[in-house]
Design a binder for this molecule. Structure first.
Ligand code: URA
Length: 232
């Protein structure tokens, strides 16, 4: 791999920035300063440093974020803060959120640079379970639970697929869906003449939010979580 590609992939900077850093002597390969950014390096065996700090090459990075309300799920936005603004510094370039939570929705959001995995996790073929804790304007009845479980008409071609629904002791609804339609949970509650007043995603496939994870905080997935989520 070329040194400049390596540095870009590791999010040290853009192509032109990393060229400049190399020219300025800020990059060393195995303790030797280099002045040319097109030299070949071995990303697994060579020790590359930038400003004296070792840069570790990682092909894929997986992050779980506890998304706060008021932040949009996008990679960039001219006006609003995005979920990517919460993760600094990004360990690799080209990271993006897997799927989307509404601006007012909180909870578990997976962020990665692994396009193939994201594609699979979002594909209806894999039916990845997504669990939401739903606060509603009105109490949810047993009849509502039955309807949500069987599938409701939310105005699309087909009703929603069977879901899991149950009431928590505090009256909130725990809803597990396998699809990812636009505003699906909000529309499902509208279909039973109710309204979502707060929405929190507590799990995504095998991933669960840790109880002690503060809103807005993030961590990388463990090896165990990565192997569980990998549907390759
Ligand atoms: N369903 C919704 O309505 N909103 C979300 O953010 C996620 C699921």
């Amino acid at each position: 791999m070329r040194l400049d590609k390596f540095l870009c992939d590791c999010n040290v900077g853009t192509r032109s920035q990393v060229k400049d850093y190399v020219k300025k002597g800020l990059v060393q390969i195995n303790g030797q300063q280099v002045k040319k950014s097109d030299v070949a390096i071995n990303e697994t065996t060579d020790c590359i440093t930038f400003k004296g700090e070792q840069i570790q090459y990682r092909k894929y990075v997986y992050i779980v974020l506890n998304k706060p309300a008021g932040i949009i799920t996008a990679t960039e936005d001219k006006r609003a803060n995005t979920v990517m603004d919460l993760i600094k510094p990004l360990p690799v370039k080209d990271m993006f959120p897997v799927g989307r939570l509404d601006k007012d929705t909180t909870g578990l959001l997976l962020i990665t640079n692994d396009g193939d995995l994201a594609h699979k996790l979002l594909s209806p073929k894999y039916h990845v379970d997504k669990t939401y804790i739903v606060t509603t304007a009105k109490p949810v009845t047993q009849a509502d639970i039955d309807s949500l479980t069987q599938g409701v008409d939310i105005g699309d071609d087909k009703p929603t697929l069977p879901a899991k629904a149950s009431l928590l002791s505090d009256g909130r609804l725990e809803l597990t869906i396998h699809e990812g339609r636009y505003h699906q949970v909000k529309r499902m509650l509208e279909a039973v003449n109710n309204e979502v007043t707060a929405l929190h995603r507590s799990s995504f496939g095998p991933l669960e939010l840790d109880d002690n994870m503060e809103s807005g905080s993030w961590r990388e997935l463990t090896e165990d979580e990565i192997s569980k989520i990998n549907v390759r």
